[in-house]
Design a protein around this ligand. Structure first.
Ligand code: BJW
Ligand code: ZN
Length: 254
């Protein structure tokens, strides 16, 4: 399938000193990781967010919630980055080589951007690979087999551990939110890719960028809550569109 990429979009991207990219679950969909809100395949079509992705749910049933996240953790580890992840990593490398910057902000907890080679990724909603003690806050990366028991216990104090993700009603990590805000204030072009733009404060970053004069591009298989606010909307799969964008940009030499 070929996509028509508007010339003024290519012009804006090739002139941009700084590009900020916000990604969501749609970018990982083609790696086999389910999104949240897609009607048939999204996690929230099978499970209730209130039962799994809130601190209250974990308090009520830590065993069930920890098991669900542990299954998702090991599933994410078995998945591979796709062409969309790789194109973003190459685009960052390309821009850095020209003395410009691409800041990658993700809502995804699966670490696929890092595995594709993106650097300094800002994780707004944490990571499913990091588990934190609810008692002493000790954090540990977990890249191995499923835990023997759920919830897993802390090696330091035997407290129960939780996934290092951000649940509804919880604050985003301060440093990540500040860096994402600053990257949105300073960019010339803001890309919103594979997100339904329904979850805040992430969904507000594009408005921060637009208020400072940035142009907005959305890449998504469907129209979203944010499409009307964008300067360009490219409708299609990110693993197809991002490599085309990258190729076109590299061909211009910018
Ligand atoms: C493709 C594709 C392909 C598919 N190619 N595209 C202001 C207004 C209203 C509400 C609030 C507000 N501020 C805060 C709130 C409350 C709440 C919120 O936003 N609620 C809304 C739902 C109404 N926000 C919070 O609670 C946040 N905390 C906070 O604000 O703290 C301060 C505060 C505290 C208390 C009170 C008030 C303020 C925390 C949000 C945490 C979100 N956590 C989750 C779970 C993470 C852990 C886990 O993995 O289980 O994060 S929820 C879930 O949604 C996950 C995602 O990161 C996040 C965003 O989803 P995303 O990525 O957009 O996925 P989908 O499924 O929605 O969309 C996928 C898209 O891809 C679709 O558009 C497809 O079309 C597309 N697609 N295939 C391209 N191949
Ligand atoms: Zn501990």
């Amino acid at each position: 399938m070929s996509y028509v990429i508007p010339d003024d979009l290519m012009g804006a991207l090739s002139r941009a000193r700084s590009v900020t990219v916000l990604t969501g679950a749609g970018v990982s969909a083609e790696s086999g990781i389910p999104t949240f809100r897609d009607a048939l395949t999204g996690l929230w079509s099978r499970y209730r967010a209130e039962d799994l992705a809130t601190p209250q749910a974990f308090e009520r049933d830590p065993q069930m919630v920890a098991r669900w996240y542990d299954e998702r953790r090991t599933m994410c580890m078995r998945c591979e980055p796709n062409a969309g992840h790789r194109a973003l990593a190459q685009l960052q490398d390309h821009m850095r080589g020209l003395g410009r910057e691409l800041v990658l902000v993700t809502q995804n907890v699966d670490r696929l951007h890092q595995r594709a080679g993106s650097e300094d990724v800002i994780e707004l909603h944490g990571s499913i690979m990091t588990w934190r003690c609810t008692h002493c806050d000790h954090e540990q990366q977990e890249l191995g087999e499923p835990f023997d028991s759920h919830p897993p216990r802390c090696g330091k104090c035997d407290g129960i551990r939780r996934p290092g993700v951000v649940w509804f009603g919880e604050s985003l990590p301060d440093d990540a939110l500040q860096s994402a805000h600053s990257a949105s204030v300073h960019c010339d072009v803001f890309l919103s890719i594979g997100t339904s733009s329904q979850v805040y404060p992430a969904a507000g970053l594009m408005d921060t960028a637009a208020a400072q004069g940035a142009r907005l591009l959305e890449v998504n298989v469907d129209r979203t809550a944010a499409s009307d606010r964008c300067d360009w909307v490219l409708c299609g799969r990110s693993a197809q569109i991002l490599p085309i964008l990258l190729k076109r940009l590299m061909a211009t030499g910018h």
